[in-house]
Design a protein around this ligand. Structure first.
Ligand code: NAG
Ligand code: NAG
Ligand code: NAG
Ligand code: NAG
Ligand code: NAG
Ligand code: NAG
Length: 416
């Protein structure tokens, strides 16, 4: 990833913050793609399974999230109750962009924090129970690399519940990455479409495009690949932070296509979400499909003020200040998403909004920073300033996405 290319792309100096953020985001995205390429090359990868030690007795009670807000609470250091839920090097599905220890991270406390909601406990994750629940079904994560981060976490979490004699393999089919648990005839997949609607960033490996072009009214091309799923988990946020984007009305390459370069960050996000929700309203089978939307996963480049530049580099402790809310968590965009989901609910399509933004924003210690495989190894200048290339967007595994999945699990287990 060439910083200069991106720098020269953005002329205006009045948007230094955007530039800075975007450069970092873009770096991180491309790093993640490294692993996609690998997946494609190898077509499928298989690894021997090594049994991890069995779970200790479940100490946590079940909870009723009708009456309890799972999203407000605190992180508790807990190295005594079989946390983390799996080991990095024993997960067959681990990707090099999340394997922080493998890439040199020495501190290990980040793996031992448990999320403690204020008024109840999260149910203990039980992979066998989840697989039983989705027997003969299909669970698909749809979105960007943060959703992929969560998908990989999910596979690692349930691996210990799989038949040891079977190979663990992920198969790629276009933008869809599929793991099939044969014994349960259950599919847990990830579908790459970072903006949900069609765009020129839709190729899982090769989307290093100069100008982002979004076909904001079109989702069918992607949606027909996931609409048959029984459980859908969406996310889409960080790719919308570019200061300008081009919106395409019409289709790619057609003669009557209209291209419009726009800023209007909120409006274009809303337009895309409307495309998504209109499509769901018409096409989703409401009795069959459970829908979830992950709220924004907060990157850690700014603190509580724009003037407060921060980095996850060398951070080994969570933020303990109650109610902490990083500024990058774009509140207006969150409200837009929440309002689209609410309107869709009024039209009879229920989407469960998993409000994980704040709980994640406490965890400045849990990003890969420099401890991951980078697609383009950092140059000397960057090496001398590790903050300049630290990935403070994604999450080390085991880590924060495990908690997102515990929450998702609690909803799935309770659903009929
Ligand atoms: C748990 O953490 C405490 C405090 O950091 C430490 O003293 C203890 O050795 C740890 N125990 C295990 C099993 O890692
Ligand atoms: C496996 O599940 C799919 C749905 O995901 C279903 O169509 C198929 O019939 C199932 N196969 C068996 C052998 O149960
Ligand atoms: C595991 O797979 C083997 C071979 O397919 C099968 O014989 C065995 O019954 C399976 N065990 C379980 C617990 O499903
Ligand atoms: C919707 O899903 C339910 C449950 O799987 C099924 O019985 C029904 O036929 C489906 N409806 C349509 C229109 O496909
Ligand atoms: C990393 O953090 C430790 C403890 O907070 C500090 O002593 C050390 O100087 C820091 N290292 C760098 C390179 O910032
Ligand atoms: C999401 O959580 C935050 C912090 O806990 C809270 O301020 C906000 O109101 C929640 N949003 C929704 C829609 O529940």
């Amino acid at each position: 990833m060439n910083f200069r290319t991106w720098k020269s792309r953005i002329k205006s100096s009045d948007n230094l913050i955007g530039l800075f953020l975007m450069t970092l985001f873009v770096v991180a995205f491309y790093q993640t793609l490294d692993d996609y390429r690998k997946t494609q090359k190898e077509e499928q990868y298989t690894t021997n399974y090594e049994e991890r030690k069995s779970h200790k007795k479940d100490r946590m009670a079940d909870s009723d999230h009708q009456s309890c807000n799972l999203f407000s609470g605190r992180w508790v250091f807990d190295n005594a109750s079989s946390y983390p839920l799996y080991e990095e090097r024993k997960c067959s599905f681990m990707m090099n962009v999340y394997a922080c220890q493998k890439y040199g991270r020495k501190d290990s406390k980040y793996r031992n924090w448990r999320w403690q909601p204020n008024h109840c406990d999260l149910p203990r994750f039980n992979g066998a129970e989840l697989l039983e629940k989705i027997r003969g079904k299909k669970l698909v994560f749809v979105g960007d690399s943060l959703n992929e981060n969560q998908w990989v976490s999910m596979l690692c979490m349930m691996e210990s519940s799989l038949n040891q004699s079977l190979h663990k393999s992920v198969i790629r089919n276009g933008n869809l990455f599929i793991f099939h648990a044969t014994e349960y005839n259950a599919t847990i997949g990830f579908y790459w479409s970072p903006l949900l609607v069609e765009s020129n960033a839709d190729d899982p490996e090769n989307h290093r495009v100069k100008d982002r072009i979004i076909r904001i009214n079109s989702i069918e091309k992607h949606a027909r690949h996931w609409i048959d799923a029984d459980i859908l988990v969406f996310d889409s946020f960080i790719w919308w932070l570019d200061s300008t984007m081009t919106i395409l009305f019409g289709s790619f390459g057609s003669s009557d296509a209209i291209y419009k370069r726009v800023e209007m960050k909120l409006r274009r996000y809303e337009m895309a979400l409307n495309t998504w929700s209109n499509w769901l309203e018409i096409n989703v089978n409401r009795t069959k499909t459970n829908l979830f939307f992950m709220s924004f996963s907060p990157p850690y480049y700014y603190g509580e003020k724009w003037s407060e530049q921060v980095s996850c580099y060398n951070e080994s402790e969570p933020i303990m200040k109650e109610g902490y809310w990083g500024i990058v968590t774009n509140i207006e965009m969150m409200r837009t998403l929440e309002s689209v989901i609410e309107k869709l609910g009024k039209r009879g399509v229920k989407v469960e909004y998993l409000n994980i933004t704040q709980l994640s924003s406490y965890r400045k210690d849990a990003h890969p920073s420099i401890y991951k495989k980078f697609l383009h190894p950092p140059n000397e200048k960057q090496l001398s300033d590790p903050k300049s290339y630290s990935d403070c967007i994604h999450w080390c595994l085991p880590g924060v996405p495990d908690v997102w999945n515990q929450i998702l699990y609690s909803y799935i287990i309770k659903s009929s």
